[in-house]
Design a protein around this ligand. Sequence first.
Ligand SMILES: Nc1nc2c(ncn2[C@@H]2O[C@H](COP(=O)(O)OP(=O)(O)O)[C@@H](O)[C@H]2O)c(=O)[nH]1
Ligand SMILES: [Mg+2]
Length: 228
Amino acid sequence: MTIDVVMPARNEAATVAGNVAAARGCAYVREVIVIDDGSTDGTPELARAAGAKVETIDGSAGSKAHAMAMGVAYSDADAFLFVDADCLGLTAAHLDALCVPFLDGRCVMSIGAFDYGEPLNRIVRRCPPLSGERVLARWVFEAIPTEHLDGYTIEIRINEVVAKARLPVAIQTMAGVTHRTKRDKFGVAEGLRRTWWMFRDLLKLLLPGQVRWRLYWYYLQKLRVLQG
Ligand SMILES: Nc1nc2c(ncn2[C@@H]2O[C@H](COP(=O)(O)OP(=O)(O)O)[C@@H](O)[C@H]2O)c(=O)[nH]1
Ligand SMILES: [Mg+2]
């Protein structure tokens, strides 16, 4: 079973090298592929210097979802470990721990949640997971219809494929891991605006004809929460 890391990155100069290093240190990873998309801050150069293979998308209609699809298309791996380029505190040990239940065959997708502290983590582990840090079989990603590859909703679309097939997912909190928030990256006003856009896109998924509510029930029934 080969696993490649796909790391979508747009203007993540502050954190990309550290996350590439963590990904390269993961014992189960073959290659780290960074998909850059119009970065203007040296992100691709920093990623390459840290040992990643870097592909740059030349297109203005990009999104994180399209970058992920591009990474999958570039690679012939059996499975993908998606890692955001803006994580803080992420180490190879966190990624090893994500891969183990997946490689053991305990789940078709293994997710790492950010550490919000207890008791919040217990709740977060049971919410519809939005975390970008996850390892999954190639077929899961390829089962997402092309028209569902869109911005901030990609994680929910991945969940949808797995829940529809009634397959188990494992989730664990990655101790000490968070990310640079939109506020950190863009300042208060622009950060709030972008956070609103994200929630707006996610709320649209609740409209009729989008993601069915009952899939969350199927997801919960098959969920393996590794830390209780
Ligand atoms: N290549 C590419 N990466 C993107 C794009 N949008 C976001 N990303 C990356 O995807 C990851 C998650 O995006 P982020 O904005 O942090 O989303 P959030 O964690 O939900 O706030 C980060 O590594 C971003 O740099 C994009 O349009 N193209
Ligand atoms: Mg982020």
